[in-house]
Write a protein that binds this ligand. Structure first.
Ligand SMILES: [Mn+2]
Length: 330
């Protein structure tokens, strides 16, 4: 038997995958690390061809296959009790509702909020699913706070520093450095003189200061205001990061969307949407725009989502506020 962990390719996905890995080894579900295989997944990527549907066990965390028909076909191929699916993306919760016969019966948990109505991340859901009697580790909570944007309402700046530190190391679930990191994260407390606060959070704060200056230069150099698919927006041809937009001359709170687009090595364009507005659901917009485009795709969270397409499609969605010649004044 091979245990295949299909996880989203971001820190929440890496942490979730590591929690599964650590649990599987501890509980002797997998005899050795060699029996566990990590598959880092992005939306739009093909299903791993190595899967032996009769023999392998699959745990899917912080991720789903899109669209619904692909996810249903995948689930239908895996024998009962060999598939666990944990996700907190709204698209997964919606898919499950549309598929009571197939998707809703898969063991695991798909929910966006906890019992108190507060957003919860995949790493936290995964921890609670596999270790229901143990408190969620402080570092996993910081990551969850970041990944769900809870940190904004909770004004939890340490969550930002935690993710900044993650982004400064190789935090993949399947690399030696990443596994050492996550193993320390799941065994650390928020003792002020302990590793989590004194190294991770503290160093993350230092790196954040440098990044802020870098981001300011990037967004002021490449960003422009206007409309995207009819929504007021700040746009940039750059790598997506919601934080980057905070230093634009128009604050994110004054527009519907923050939009970044970037050409991928596979030959399509990745469009990321972010919003700080209550009335805007980026996941729904990404799904609608993505499915109507040349590469059916798209989904994500209310506050952050994305889809893939080609460049002509993006250009049709953009309405510039400033004409091309005055844009140079930036
Ligand atoms: Mn997540």
């Amino acid at each position: 038997m091979t245990l295949r962990i299909l996880h989203h390719n971001d820190p929440d996905g890496f942490a979730s995958a590591y929690i599964v890995y650590d649990y599987a080894l501890g509980a002797r579900i997998a005899e050795s690390a060699q029996d566990i295989c990590f598959h880092s997944m992005a939306y739009g990527m093909p299903i791993p061809a190595e899967i032996d549907y009769a023999k392998d066990s699959i745990v899917m965390v912080d991720f789903s296959l899109q669209p619904l028909s692909v996810m249903e076909a995948f689930a239908a191929r895996i024998p009962e009790k060999q598939f666990v699916w944990i996700d907190h993306h709204k698209t997964s919760v919606d898919m499950e509702k549309e598929s009571p016969g197939i998707l809703a019966t898969i063991p695991g948990v798909r929910r966006v909020n906890d019992d108190a109505g507060i957003p919860i991340a995949a790493c936290e859901l995964t921890w609670k699913f596999f270790r229901p009697d143990e408190d969620v580790p402080a570092g996993i909570e910081l990551l969850g706070s970041w990944d769900t944007w809870r940190y904004v309402a909770q004004n939890n700046i340490n969550a930002k520093y935690f993710i900044t530190y993650c982004n400064s190391i190789d935090c993949f679930a399947d690399s030696p450095e990443g596994q050492e990191f996550w193993s320390k994260v799941i065994s650390s407390t928020n003792d002020p003189y302990g590793w989590l606060m004194d190294t991770v959070v503290h160093e993350g704060e230092v790196i954040s200061r440098i990044l802020k200056i870098e981001n300011r230069k990037r967004i002021l150099g490449r960003g422009f205001a206007g409309k995207f698919a009819g929504y007021s927006a700040i746009m940039t041809n750059d790598r997506g990061s919601s934080l980057m937009f905070e230093d634009y001359k128009v604050p994110p709170s004054e527009v519907d969307l923050m939009v970044s687009f970037l050409y991928s090595k596979e030959g399509f364009w990745n469009v990321s949407l972010y919003s700080t507005q209550d009335r805007i659901d980026c996941g729904a917009i990404a799904k609608r725009l993505g499915e109507a485009g040349p590469i059916p795709s798209g989904g994500g969270h209310k506050g952050a989502a994305g889809f893939q397409c080609d460049w002509p499609y993006i250009e049709k969605l953009i309405e510039r506020k400033e004409s091309k010649n005055v844009a140079k004044e930036d």
